[in-house]
Design a protein around this ligand. Structure first.
Ligand code: NAD
Length: 428
């Protein structure tokens, strides 16, 4: 099937499809099909060898009708402004569907962070803030970590902003380290949030979670806590997880018939989400090729690694037993696979609903920063559960009311909220 491959064209096409169904008029579409503002700039950095290198950077602010722009900052060698535009637009929908009062934004720097020393990384992120400080802030645009950036980098950026403005301002950025303005519960937020939506889907479908099994792709931040949550919160069994092995440059699936132990696997996984094969084998794990995760006879599939993993081809390998596909990753399903999932009646929890736990706790972090009063982990996770449950309910209601696919329903809920805020503010 042919179609756009550029992420921003895909994002615009998804929007157009639902805009048609909602019969949005052109003045609304023109404001939502494009980012409201974009910053393209270059950051000179003195490298450790004394030479200045210049890095190309972007910050895209898609829409702030519902609140300050919100979204991560990516460091990637193949970053493009179109990818950043698409991700900024998806953030607008994610915040709206999660019903948190924030808009959509995203940033990117064209760089491979693994080639930089800590000092070079610090000078680069401080340079980003020196360019952007007038256009970010707790009431304007709040960046966060994303691919290739870390809590420590957020700490440096918060410090740079606070120094320039002369005021300690932790709310300028989220995903900060604990003790440096970060929130309890942020590490597990996305994975646990995925599981709260799976629990709600099971309630709707009349499935007893204790009898269920799951297979996950990936074993990084999201997958680790989704696997733990599936076992400890739902009482189900996880039959396998997978990972990309950075040394072999290939992927593997790690399975155990009586269920994997995520805490053990976490203890033998490095910071990039690569599991130690020898130690896993010694503990009785079966190691298969990376594609095996999608073929398992399980009730729930959770792609939690990369975009574009459930394709027109791989979707054919999904077992008839599978009832739920929980999109923990961003954009894991291609449009042609989506059509087949629909026909087969597999219940899809769409990505910007399923993985919105991360941005929800980022929002909680900002709230705690504003009030300079911090919550316990239990309180954060309780509020996260309530928020995710409500968000899931609003999308399911829309899907049932309009007899539409869950992905379209999520778009409808999100676009409706953003358009309503634009109207109330007199933008349309
Ligand atoms: P991560 O880098 O911590 O982990 C990624 C995992 O995927 C690693 O275990 C890696 O080995 C594995 N992987 C990579 N390529 C693979 C392949 N071909 N086959 C099998 N495994 C492979 O990333 P993460 O933070 O867990 O994010 C995972 C996904 O969730 C991404 O799509 C991300 O955009 C999305 N997401 C993350 C968050 C968050 O809070 N971390 C929030 C929303 C969405």
């Amino acid at each position: 099937m042919s179609g756009p491959t550029n992420a921003f064209e895909i994002a615009q096409q998804q929007f157009d499809r639902v805009a048609d169904q909602l019969e949005l008029d052109d003045q609304v579409r023109e404001q939502l099909r494009w980012p409201a503002r974009e910053f393209h700039f270059r950051i000179p950095v003195r490298m450790d060898n004394g030479v200045i290198r210049v890095f190309e950077a972007f910050r895209v602010q898609h829409n702030d009708a519902r609140g300050p722009n919100k979204g991560g900052l990516r460091f990637h060698p193949a970053e493009t402004v179109d990818t950043v535009r698409a991700l900024a637009m998806w953030m607008t929908w994610k915040c709206a569907v999660a019903n948190i009062p924030l808009g959509g934004g995203k940033g990117g720097v064209i760089v491979d962070p693994s080639t930089l020393s800590d000092g070079e990384k610090e000078r680069l992120v401080r340079g980003f803030m020196r360019v952007m400080w007038r256009n970010v802030g707790p009431r304007q645009d709040v960046p966060a970590p994303d691919v290739g950036t870390t809590p420590q980098m957020m700490g440096w950026m918060m410090d740079e902003y606070s120094r320039i403005t002369g005021q300690y301002t932790p709310g300028v950025i989220t995903g900060k380290p604990l003790g440096g303005g970060g929130s309890e519960g942020r590490t597990e937020a996305t994975g646990f949030g995925v599981i709260y939506t799976v629990r709600e889907a099971m309630k709707h479908l009349g499935i007893d979670p204790k009898t269920t099994t799951a297979s996950l792709q990936g074993f990084g931040n999201v997958s680790q806590y989704a696997a733990l949550g599936f076992i400890e919160h739902l009482g189900g069994k996880v039959l396998c997880v997978s990972c990309w092995d950075r040394n072999d440059r290939t992927s593997y699936t790690f399975s155990k018939e009586d269920g994997i132990d995520p805490r053990f696997l976490m203890s033998i996984t490095d910071q990039y989400g690569t599991i130690d094969k020898e130690k896993a084998k010694a503990a009785g794990y079966q190691i298969e090729d990376g594609g095996a995760w999608i073929t398992k006879d399980v009730d729930v599939l959770i792609p939690a690694a990369l975009e574009g993993q459930v394709t027109g081809e791989s979707v054919k390998l999904i077992s008839p037993k599978v009832r739920i596909l929980a999109e923990a990753a961003n954009g894991p399903t291609t449009p042609d696979a989506d059509e087949i999932l629909k026909q087969r009646g597999i219940f899809v929890i769409p990505d910007f609903l399923c993985n919105s736990g991360g941005v929800t706790v980022s929002y909680f972090e900002g709230v705690q920063n504003d009030q300079n009063f911090y919550w316990s982990r239990e309180e954060v996770l309780k509020k996260l559960d309530e928020n995710m449950t409500t968000a899931f309910g609003s999308v399911l209601d829309m899907s049932l009311k309009k007899s539409v696919y869950m992905r379209d329903a999520a778009y409808m809920v999100a676009i409706d909220k953003v358009v309503r805020a634009m109207k109330l503010r007199g933008w349309i």
